[in-house]
Design a protein around this ligand. Structure first.
Ligand code: CTP
Ligand code: MG
Length: 181
């Protein structure tokens, strides 16, 4: 597989893990998941993790995986790259894992004294990726082993932080998000 085909494949397979975060930003609000509870003097997760953002974000990621499957045939033919089909397990595991990862990062931020919205360099860019892949490996190890060649893994590790930073900066300038990270 050449590098361009690998780049397209890498972005394609990660879309159901990328999109839930962005949809959560657009749809978030209302009741926080931690119900306002604190632990050792700090919020468990904080007001930035809401039921609505989480449910709508995960649903969007799952719907996107099925949509990508639906257009896979014509698109693969059109661009001459055989794009992977998401298994049902992966279509569920990537979006759920991505937002669980984001939530785990908020838990860590609160434990380390960071207020809601504070930056946590490194964690902010990789939390959702690591947890999505972990959920994916547990849900459908065969799919992950098949699709994640060393080249794809390398591209995902480089492209993910770049996409994360650029979409957040864009969302900040569009007034959709209160911080550019
Ligand atoms: N959001 C949500 N539910 C989630 C994730 C995000 O409702 N599970 C929404 C919230 O409105 C949140 C915004 O998306 O404020 C931005 O997400 P994020 O940067 O992850 O949260 P922060 O507000 O920065 O909070 P934290 O410091 O805990 O990351
Ligand atoms: Mg944030």
């Amino acid at each position: 597989m050449d590098v361009v085909a690998a780049l397209v494949t890498a972005i394609w397979i990660m879309l159901p893990a990328y999109v839930p975060n962005n949809v959560a930003v657009l749809s978030g609000g209302g009741r926080p998941i931690d119900g306002g509870k604190t632990w050792r003097g700090r919020r468990v997760l904080g007001d930035g993790k809401t039921w609505r953002g989480t449910v709508v974000g995960i649903s969007a990621g799952i719907a996107l995986a099925f949509l990508l499957n639906a257009v896979n045939g014509p698109l693969s033919n059109g661009i001459g790259v055989s794009l992977p089909i998401f298994s049902i397990a992966i279509a569920l595991a990537f979006p759920i894992g991505a937002l669980v990862g984001d939530m785990a990062a908020s838990f860590l931020k609160r434990r380390t004294g960071r207020e809601r919205g504070a930056a946590f360099p490194g964690v902010d860019q990789f939390d959702f990726l690591v947890m999505a892949l972990l959920f994916g490996v547990i849900a459908d190890p065969g799919w992950v082993l098949d699709v994640f060649t060393p080249l794809i893994v390398g591209i995902v590790l480089v492209v993910t932080p770049i996409l994360h930073v650029s979409t957040n900066v864009a969302a900040y300038h569009l007034d959709l998000k209160s911080e550019p990270w």
